[in-house]
Design a binder for this molecule. Structure first.
Ligand code: CP
Length: 337
């Protein structure tokens, strides 16, 4: 049986696994946002960066990316560097012993003999779940995107970006290929924990978000194919690209119906926030980058720091621990504002 974004029991805290967005309760999410802000502030100085890079400099990580990635791979790799973690990687499986017929489970078990953390992007959530259930619980594992199902760390950085601009009684529209868009699936589940949120899913019928997500939402939502009528209503608009690398949808896609450009951007509120997980195609015109409402490059930058905080949390480092550290207090007194 295929296992997708199923309803899971929430355990408080992060623990050693980041597999699906439903695992994060609100308290954990807010603590992660606070830790992100703290580490980011400390790293503004060389002395602070040196302190943060001493926190996990006895640890090693494996980046196993079986699907293409720019942002997630590089931000995780650089997050490890910021924390002092040494990284290995496999991105091209033709260089690995999978080519000799080794099972993928054996391959990932092999990684676990060498490292303390496995960060994995894969075509299949079933495989991520298989690793989750087969590897010893001491092994830290992060799902860096699994097929069309989940992208929990993208949801964390999106959550952090929205946390910075405000949650109270906000409306958010998700636009694009929501059927195969794992970022929207994971973020919708996370935002569903915020009282007063309203979600709009804007896509043509064949590209609409699937019922397995809708069944788990605890906040009001609407489904529509009409972008123009929803634009003036929302505080956040989260654009996504066509995910045609997965196939499986026959219905024709009209790119002009699901884009923001200079012709329609002023239908948005003056203080609306435009988000996109990136990469984009033409669903946000390049000219929109100069609009003060466009925050997707800021969102991308946030991904680095949220991933630093996530990894630190998975190794039991909290904002309180940092506050109590003598080294940090010395740096704070001498160098930080
Ligand atoms: N947003 C995102 O996952 O981007 P990449 O595919 O480049 O990692």
């Amino acid at each position: 049986m295929s296992v997708t974004a199923e309803k899971v029991k929430e355990e408080p805290g992060i623990g050693t696994r980041c597999i699906r967005s439903q695992q994060f309760d609100l308290d954990t999410l807010y603590k992660l946002c606070e830790l992100t802000d703290k580490i980011r502030n400390i790293c503004q100085t060389k002395e602070g960066s040196n302190y943060i890079s001493s926190l996990l400099n006895d640890k090693r990580a494996m980046l196993y990316f079986k699907q293409p990635s720019t942002r997630t791979f590089l931000s995780f790799q650089n997050a490890c560097h910021i924390l002092g973690i040494k990284c290995s990687e496999i991105r091209d499986i033709s260089t690995s012993s999978f080519m000799k017929g080794e099972t993928e489970l054996d391959g990932v078990k092999t990684f676990s003999q060498y490292v303390d953390l496995i960060i994995m992007r894969h075509t299949s959530t079933d495989f991520v779940n298989l690793i989750d259930s087969n590897l010893n619980n001491n092994m830290r594992i992060i799902n860096a995107g699994s097929g069309t199902d989940q992208h929990p760390t993208q949801a964390l950085l999106d959550f952090y970006t929205i946390y910075k601009y405000g949650f109270k009684n906000k409306k958010i529209a998700f636009v694009g290929d929501l059927n195969r868009g794992r970022t929207v699936r994971s973020l919708a589940l996370m935002l569903s924990k915020i009282d007063g949120m309203k979600l709009y899913f804007i896509a043509p019928n064949g590209y609409q978000i699937k019922s397995d997500i809708l069944e788990q939402l605890e906040v009001p939502y609407e489904l529509t194919d009409d972008l123009e009528s929803i634009m003036p209503l929302v505080d956040y608009i989260y654009m996504t690209r066509l995910q045609d690398e997965y196939g499986g949808i026959e219905e024709t896609w009209d790119p002009d119906a699901y884009k923001i450009d200079l012709n329609n951007v002023n239908r948005l509120k003056n203080n609306a926030i435009i988000l996109h997980p990136l990469p984009r195609r033409d669903e946000i015109a390049v000219e929109i980058d100069n609009d003060p409402r466009a925050k997707y490059w800021e969102q991308t930058a946030n991904g680095l720091w949220v991933r630093v905080a996530l990894i630190a949390s998975m190794f039991n480092i909290s904002a309180d621990d940092i506050d109590k550290s003598k080294d940090y207090n010395k740096i704070k007194r001498l160098y930080l504002k």
